[in-house]
Ligand binder design. Structure first.
Ligand SMILES: O=C(O)[C@H](O)CO
Length: 325
């Protein structure tokens, strides 16, 4: 049997390369930076790769798939999100699509809790004050934040990550946990979470954690109209996808006091320019999309994406197969 070939769009953690090298001849973009789209297209042309191992920064569209050619069996992304891949086009061409579910659940859930606490208790402002010599005498009103105890928590998207955020936050003593999803899920009872529609979620919750994927249904669900209906004391946390929030509207909502604060690990666009109004606001805490940045998660993600490629060339169902139709 001819040797199978994979194109890898970035330097990846060693466990992924090790596994791939047992089954494939590997070509890769030898950089820690994202491959420019036109470079990816050129790299794939006439090379007859069996597998394309990509990242969430690579737009896998018709142009890329045309360049890869009809022998391509799989697009395996080293991410949970797969909104950068044209699923319809892959399905038309019988190309499998696979992601890395499960292995970054804990890391993203942990970071969501950290971001919620950072935002609620204004920790970045405190750290900044110490570093810049603004820590003066103790003052009754200085840097007061919001307590979690007794508040209502809303989780938008109770998948693996949303559930694990709820599980970690429950011991903080929220008076009630609500969740909104496309339908009710039985495991919600393990964290005593109550199903509620989107209107109820935004009107009742003091904290809302966005933990969903970006889909046509979730895109810009948090917009000017939504913010006007949220509680003025509400704090919005997003570790799902930036596109779920309309950022220009969030700027206005934070300025007008429609909501109190926001904590974002994902933004639209990414990276957010350093002079973006949200970056300059004290009531918005922004992290550079680092939810899955732990060695455990990244090594596991690299490995599962490699296993997905191997499954595809062995005629097996990849464990992270995404349904494309
Ligand atoms: O989709 C994912 O896996 C994450 O957003 C990357 O950290």
């Amino acid at each position: 049997m001819a040797e199978c070939k994979v194109y890898v769009t970035r330097r990846i953690p060693t466990p992924g390369t090790k596994l791939l090298s047992q089954h494939f001849k590997i070509d890769s973009y030898d950089s820690d930076e994202a491959i420019p789209h036109e470079v990816l297209v050129e790299a794939l042309k006439a090379k007859q790769y069996d597998a394309l191992y990509c990242m969430l920064t690579d737009i896998i569209n018709t142009e890329v798939l045309d360049a890869a050619g009809p022998q391509l069996k799989i697009v395996a992304t080293m991410s949970v999100g797969y909104e950068h891949i044209d699923l319809h086009e892959c399905s038309q061409r019988n190309i499998l699509v696979a992601n890395t579910p499960g292995v970054s659940t804990d890391s993203v859930a942990e970071l969501t809790v950290a971001l919620l606490l950072m935002t609620a208790r204004r920790l970045p402002e405190g750290v900044e004050a110490v570093k810049t010599g603004k820590w003066g005498d103790w003052k009754p009103h200085w840097l007061c934040g919001t307590e979690l105890t007794g508040s209502t928590l809303g989780i938008y998207g109770l998948g693996r990550i949303g559930f694990n955020v709820g599980r970690r936050l429950k011991p903080f003593g929220f008076s009630k946990i609500f969740y909104t999803d496309v339908h009710e899920v039985s495991y919600a009872k393990d964290i005593d979470a109550e199903f509620i529609d989107f209107d109820g979620l935004i009107e009742k919750c003091d904290f809302i954690c966005v933990c969903c994927n970006l889909t046509p249904q979730t895109q810009h669900m948090f917009n000017g109209e939504t913010f006007k209906r949220m509680k003025n004391n509400a704090i919005l946390i997003n570790t799902g996808r930036g596109g779920v929030i309309k950022h220009d509207d969030l700027v206005e909502a934070l300025k007008n006091g429609d909501i109190t604060a926001a904590g974002l690990d994902v933004t639209e666009p990414e990276p957010l320019p350093k002079d973006h109004p949200l970056v300059l606001m004290n009531n918005c805490v922004i992290l550079p999309h680092m939810g899955s940045n732990t060695w455990d998660s990244r090594n596991a993600m690299a490995e599962i994406a490699a296993r997905n490629c191997i499954a595809a060339i062995s005629g097996q169902t990849p464990e992270g197969q995404v349904l494309t139709n």
